[in-house]
Design a binder for this molecule. Structure first.
Ligand code: CUA
Length: 354
């Protein structure tokens, strides 16, 4: 009696554990954004663009098939456990000895093969659909290069270089304007993931991966690096800003400009070009041509600093220039040991980079 009570508890515990694991899996896709932007809540269950929608449909079909299998198997298991459980007096008689049934063996061989076949066909069709998409006329080409811990974004055809915020046009009634991405890495493996727009694709050193996105709804979409890449992997955020087509053209025009030779902030300009800032950062139209850190030509057009670690406000910019490690421990931008005055001057100069 005590033994069967013990077994009962164990079974209940296992069931609860299963239920808990299921809930975890279901809600794992729901990630709150770092910055309080209610539009930016990311969920793989509410995709707003291709190919994320197509991926969701396939996953739901696969989930549904697996759920039916789970219910059937678990049902049979529970039935067998309850119906044939140990009863008092069972020791006296032996259960009926059965061996072999061609029908049953045929059924449980053929049925799983059919199910696996359906899953393979459906999945490979989705993969082929997504991978074989050809860039139509008017598609945007961009290269995304993963760095520890930020994203370099280049538009070779438009002559634009920026960082951490990928700007793309929306495909609206006037035509399809997907963005095709070439994914590369400057150091270790990263993974580009914007859940509302697409699945994950890795950025691997010495290799080029391809992906595309085609959002239809303007707005800001949040994403993360999805492959552990070092200390600040968690603060390697990506924003995809989707513009209506004409607004995108305007953005591109602005980004194509070199930095205007501003006559203000001359002190700050002097300090900037006298320190090793120029070894890592490029400001187009000046002698700063460093390639190691983000291009700063239009720094002020970006919403965040340090790959989404902090909003781009004058205060956080000041803190970032004074001591980057206080915002993003381990980031590769060093503390330059600037005086308060130099920090203020450099920040004043950076604020002219619109
Ligand atoms: Cu880059 Cu994780």
């Amino acid at each position: 009696m005590r033994l069967s009570l013990y077994r009962h508890h164990k079974m209940l515990r296992t069931l609860l554990l299963f239920a808990f694991a299921f809930v975890c899996v279901v809600f794992a896709g729901h990630v709150e954004p770092v910055l309080g932007n209610t539009d930016g809540v990311t969920s793989i269950f509410r995709p707003l663009a291709q190919p994320a929608q197509e991926i969701k449909e396939t996953s739901f079909l696969v989930l549904a098939i697996c759920a039916v299998i789970f219910v059937v198997v678990a049902g049979l298991l529970i039935y067998a456990i309850v119906r044939f459980r140990h009863r008092a007096g069972d020791e006296l008689s032996e259960p009926p000895q059965v061996y072999g049934s061609n029908q049953i063996e045929l059924a449980w061989t053929v049925l799983p093969i059919l199910i696996v076949f359906v899953l393979i066909l459906v999945t490979s069709r989705t993969i082929a659909d997504i991978q074989n998409r050809k860039a139509p006329r008017g598609a945007i080409q961009a290269t995304v290069i993963g760095h520890q811990w930020w994203w370099e974004i280049r538009y070779p055809e438009l002559g634009i270089v920026t960082a951490n915020e990928l700007h793309v046009p929306a495909s609206d009634g006037t035509g399809s304007r997907p963005t095709f991405l070439k994914l590369q890495s400057a150091d270790v493996a990263h993974s580009f993931w914007v859940p509302l727009l697409s699945g994950k694709t890795d950025l691997i050193p010495n290799r080029q991966n391809l992906m595309w996105i085609e959002p239809t709804k303007p707005g800001t979409y949040l994403g993360n690096c999805a492959e552990y890449c070092g200390t600040q992997h968690a603060r390697m955020l990506i924003r995809v800003v989707v513009h209506p087509p004409d607004e995108f053209e305007r953005w591109a025009k602005e980004q194509q400009q070199s930095a205007s030779p501003d006559t203000n902030a001359t002190e700050g300009r002097k300090v900037f070009f006298a320190t090793s800032c120029v070894n890592c950062h490029t400001i187009r139209g000046t002698s700063a041509q460093g390639k190691f850190g983000p291009d700063l030509t239009h720094l002020m057009s970006r919403e965040t600093l340090a790959a989404g670690a902090t909003p781009n406000t004058p205060d956080s910019l000041r803190l970032w220039v004074r001591d980057p490690q206080s915002i993003k421990v381990g980031c590769l931008m060093p503390n330059m040991q600037l005086t308060d005055q130099e920090v203020d001057q450099i920040v004043a100069y950076l604020q002219t980079l619109k």
